[in-house]
Write a protein that binds this ligand. Structure first.
Ligand SMILES: [Zn+2]
Ligand SMILES: [Zn+2]
Length: 255
């Protein structure tokens, strides 16, 4: 089986390493293919995305590496496109990972994966303290966005779980929550049966979560529906490139 990671960040957005350092790290780790997936610029101007003016240099650099390392490792030029993206031409990229990182209420933007307090604050101010209402908004927004035509890979479907590994924010086992997430998973697969879902180990490396996204009950449902799954590391540094891959594969096999 080929060793591949299609979800990789660099210093062009919020990663720690340059694209070439990531390529060298991938070669050392025996990868056959490395796909870069820069965070699209965002309307709210958050710090963790590429700046619109840097996109041409990013594309040039990935192209340079494709030429330099031809025959050694396959390099792909992708984008992690957020629903709130701006100032980027999707057709400049080999593939699109569709993601939602923010809950937007009028002109107020709340990152769902930055700190748990931002989520709590959003819940209190915008949803009257009702976490199910917040989660409903998240999944509605998410499934709307990734159903658009040019999204090929669904990013971290249940990103709202990042700070909830021990049910600190809401009860993942609540049948109402599971029904909500499953309804939107079905909605995506009904609209786009050929779409790929990632099993993303990013939060295992970054915050020490025991499991990847999505939660086991969702991976089980994806398997039952015959969805195409890939393991990705959402790597923001060389050390994370294949972090948790064995555990993610074992989880996919066991659910
Ligand atoms: Zn992401
Ligand atoms: Zn990412």
């Amino acid at each position: 089986m080929k060793k591949i990671n299609l979800h990789t960040h660099t210093v062009f957005c919020d990663g720690k390493n340059t694209p070439e350092e990531m390529v060298r790290g991938a070669i050392e780790r025996g990868f056959d293919c490395l796909g870069f997936s820069v965070h699209s610029p965002m309307k709210s101007g958050v710090w963790w995305t590429i700046r619109p003016q840097d996109v041409p240099a990013y594309l040039d650099e990935i192209h340079r590496l494709q030429t330099k390392y031809a025959g050694v490792i396959e390099i792909k030029n992708g984008i992690e496109l957020d629903r709130e993206y701006c100032d980027v031409n999707v057709r400049d990229f080999d593939y699109v990972i569709g993601a939602v990182h923010q809950i937007v209420c009028d002109d107020r933007y709340y990152d769902v994966d930055d700190t748990p307090d931002i989520l709590r604050d959003c819940c209190k101010k915008e949803f009257g303290g009702d976490f199910m209402a917040l989660l409903t908004r998240y999944y509605e927004t998410f499934s709307d966005f990734v159903c658009r035509e040019d999204v090929q890979i669904v990013a971290h479907f249940d990103l709202v779980e990042k700070f909830n590994a021990h049910h600190e924010l809401f009860d993942t086992d609540d049948p109402a929550y599971q029904a909500l997430a499953l309804r939107h998973l079905d909605r995506i697969l009904d609209a786009k049966p050929g779409i790929t879902f990632e099993v993303n180990t990013g939060a295992m490396f970054r915050v020490g979560n025991p499991l990847p996204y999505p939660a086991p009950f969702l991976i089980r449902a994806l398997k039952q529906r015959g969805a195409h799954l890939i393991v990705t590391s959402d790597a923001h540094c060389v050390e994370a490139l294949d972090f948790g891959f064995d555990k993610a594969r074992a989880l996919i096999d066991s659910v």
